[in-house]
Ligand binder design. Structure first.
Ligand code: WTA
Length: 714
């Protein structure tokens, strides 16, 4: 039991000081060299050198009009940036537009017969589908007509979607955007329960799903998850009235889940009544909401990042043009999933707003082998490629020589989602890019809508492992715990913040305004009543260092969010899922460095009285996490321990456990309520790991991350 007597416990100030010195450890790693943009690229690149001046700080906020001008507006804005509700910043106030019109209708005249999307089914023998802008327009309109007439929704009502990577997903989302409904797509790999929780938070009455899809060569039953989602939403007090079920193969149903009369409907059957129908797009305010994207945070409840129609769309369009160098005639492939923010911004909205061709790939990158992505690139002439370090590591591991076998050539390649090790970066550059493609390492978050840190591929040199400076129109800074600026080149880490707002920044967290303030602004806000954006630096939750040349190196989350293969999972979320296993009294989740996935989760659990440690219980915890969250949450290990290391006030010291799992220094544990358990857990865990050959070799950045893990929430 936690000892709650105050005598002898360190004061709050002492505790803060201890955390401070750890968060600020000077990190001494080798500075990587700058690599100039590939020769010849600049002449064709979208960015001209004057752009840096046009977006200089003195031109804020009007510089962003250059992004807004890329869109088609029904009515131009009255105010560029409205700060009267700070920190809820509103861009393009008074302006009116429709996101679907911008992504589809406006390209019909010039690009109607060009491919908007190319769908690549996972099975290689299945036919690739080319969907022109005209096809897309027809499909979106027919589905929008169905939604409008069949579902009885109003503008800004929420629609949850839980769809795999198939064209019906963007069709569904664009139809919502056309009608002014707020869509909220939940990653298809998430469990039904996770979907239900999010649908309940969004108060959605409609769920759009699909019966099945291919993953790793297997047709997976997906409709069963809809039943779980509805059950879960009901427990949360929200009744989902209708489930619209697309069929992966129209006319054939591949699920064991029964269709519930009056609740579940096959979309392909309903669509028969809407063939050829056109739907007038809703005229939306720029400051209306386009979608919610849920992400993990430090508490169990996930947060719905609420993104605007005008600000968001202008930001992703502008950053797509300049940072990914998208031209309409390019063939662009982002291998992420539309269920994540990367897919919303940089598969769907940004690329389609620019009228380019965007690929939708259903399956895993290494199916049936690690040559698949390069075959796709060769076959379809992909010239811009976008993926995450976890996929790059996996492709390198399974097929280091595969790229050379295929005749494709990228001009730009992106990496996103987690820090990329310089060594992995080099393989990407030399082997995948064949020394001819610029790499943009794009650092940003679900909440930021689009990029925060990156290099302009035609203008700025690359530096392996660094995302680069902050992007056009955004000024980044690193603050220490007290709000002092940490000078460039000092080698000292701190909290990376943005000095100014930008159009892609979410407006708030859905129905949690206070949390929006607490997470991003409370630490460095200078005056809660201020209407001046200068008083509202936004803290992004990552640790970083800035080199003398202004380039940022991101060190990872400073809160207790675990970045698994580029996807955020909150420790609280994992822990509350683990204790759904009836044997478990207490659980703690920590990140462990992993060669291919970046981080994986290890789960420490203490049992309720009367239970004995066993392999079955470990397995049960693991299965429970998969059931409640999804396969992404499957822990690498479940360690059953007699007790968790705790502070005297009873808080579990995840940082100490993370140190044990990663074989790093656990720091001073003498002030813990139960310092002796540290030794016994260390012995138990580390001897098992040594025996299994699982002793990680951690970089300086990784060690830093483990040392500061959870520091912010203790
Ligand atoms: C991490 C994904 C280093 C970071 C777009 C951030 C990165 C979190 C990078 C957001 C990068 C993302 N280099 N770290 N290029 N990109 N991150 O919300 O810790 O899923 O806070 O958004 O991923 O993850 P999210």
């Amino acid at each position: 039991m936690a000892d709650t007597t105050p005598t002898g416990s360190p004061s709050a100030a002492e505790q803060r000081e201890a955390a401070l010195s750890e968060a600020q450890i000077a990190v001494h790693w080798r500075e990587e060299e700058l690599i100039p943009p590939p020769p010849g690229f600049q002449e064709h690149a979208n960015a001209d050198s004057g752009i840096l001046e046009r977006f200089a700080p003195e031109n804020f906020p009007q510089c962003f009009e250059e992004y807004a001008n890329l869109l088609t507006w029904e009515k131009r804005w009255d105010t560029i940036l409205d700060t009267s509700g700070a920190p809820h910043f509103l861009w393009w106030k008074g302006g009116r537009l429709n996101a679907c019109v911008n992504c589809v209708d406006r390209h019909l005249a010039d690009r109607g017969d060009e491919d908007a999307m190319i769908f690549i089914p996972e099975l290689e023998e299945d036919e690739i589908q080319h969907i022109t802008y005209s096809d897309l327009h027809r499909r979106v309109n027919e589905f929008a007509a169905l939604l409008r007439d069949f579902c009885g929704l109003q503008r800004q009502d929420r629609v949850s979607t839980h769809m795999p990577m198939v064209p019906e997903l963007p069709v569904s989302l664009l139809a919502c955007a056309r009608l002014g409904y707020i869509h909220s797509q939940v990653f298809g790999g998430f469990s039904g329960e996770a979907c239900g929780m999010r649908a309940a938070d969004a108060q959605a009455r409609i769920l759009i799903t699909m019966d099945s899809y291919y993953r790793n060569g297997e047709l997976i039953d997906h409709k069963v998850k809809a039943d779980e989602a509805i059950e879960r939403a009901r427990k949360e007090g929200v009744e989902i009235e209708k489930v619209l079920v697309w069929r992966r193969m129209p006319g054939e149903y591949h699920s064991d889940s029964p269709m519930i009369e009056g609740r579940d409907f096959f979309v392909d059957e309903l669509l028969e009544d809407y063939r050829g129908q056109q739907v007038e797009p809703e005229s939306m305010e720029a400051t209306d909401t386009l979608f919610l994207m849920y992400s993990s945070g430090t508490t169990g409840r996930s947060k719905g990042a609420q993104h605007s129609v005008g600000g968001y769309l202008s930001y992703v369009t502008g950053t797509c043009k300049y940072y990914l160098d998208i031209h309409p005639e390019d063939t662009y492939w982002c291998m992420a999933d539309i269920g994540w923010i990367t897919g919303h911004s940089y598969i769907l909205y940004g690329p389609l707003a620019l009228g380019t061709t965007t690929l939708i790939y259903e399956g895993v990158p290494t199916y049936p082998d690690a040559g698949r992505p390069w075959r796709i690139a060769e076959k379809l002439g992909v010239n811009i490629f976008h993926t995450a370090p976890t996929s790059i590591r996996m492709l390198r591991k399974l097929g280091p020589d595969e790229p050379a076998k295929y005749n494709y050539q990228f001009k730009v390649m992106t990496t996103v989602g987690e820090p990329i090790e310089p060594d992995v970066w080099r393989w990407y550059y030399h082997s995948v890019g064949k020394d001819k493609a610029a790499i943009t390492d794009t650092w940003w978050l679900t909440e930021t809508g689009g990029f925060l840190g990156a290099t302009l591929p035609g203008l700025q040199a690359m530096k392996p492992g660094s995302c680069g400076p902050t992007v056009l129109g955004i000024e980044g800074v690193i603050y220490d715990e007290d709000g002092n600026e940490i000078p460039k080149g000092s080698g000292v880490a701190g909290n990376i913040c943005m000095r100014n707002p930008w159009p892609g920044l979410m407006m708030t967290i859905w129905r949690q305004d206070q949390r929006y303030f607490d997470i991003f602004f409370s630490k460095y806000n200078r005056d809660p009543n201020s209407k001046d954006w200068r008083d509202w630096p936004a803290m992004m939750g990552d640790g970083a260092v800035q080199a003398a040349d202004g380039y940022f190196r991101i060190l990872g989350r400073i809160d207790d969010v675990i970045n698994v293969a580029g996807h955020r999972l909150g420790t609280k979320e994992l822990e509350s899922a683990a204790i759904e296993a009836e044997e478990i009294a207490e659980a703690a989740a920590v990140p462990v460095h992993d060669e291919t996935r970046g981080r994986v989760v290890e789960m420490y659990v203490a049992l309720k009285p009367g239970y004995e440690a066993s392999k079955e219980i470990e397995q049960h915890v693991s299965d429970t996490l998969v059931r409640v969250i999804g396969p992404i949450a499957r822990p690498k290990h479940v360690w059953i321990v007699s007790d968790m290391p705790k502070t005297r006030s009873g808080k579990i010291m995840r940082r100490v456990i993370a140190g044990i799992s990663n074989f790093t220094d656990v720091g001073d544990v003498t002030t813990l309520a139960n310092p002796d358990v540290v030794e016994s857990i260390t012995e138990h865990v580390q001897s098992a790991k040594r025996a299994a050959g699982e002793v990680p070799d951690l970089s300086a950045e990784a060690q830093h991350e483990i040392k500061t893990f959870g520091a912010d929430s203790e």
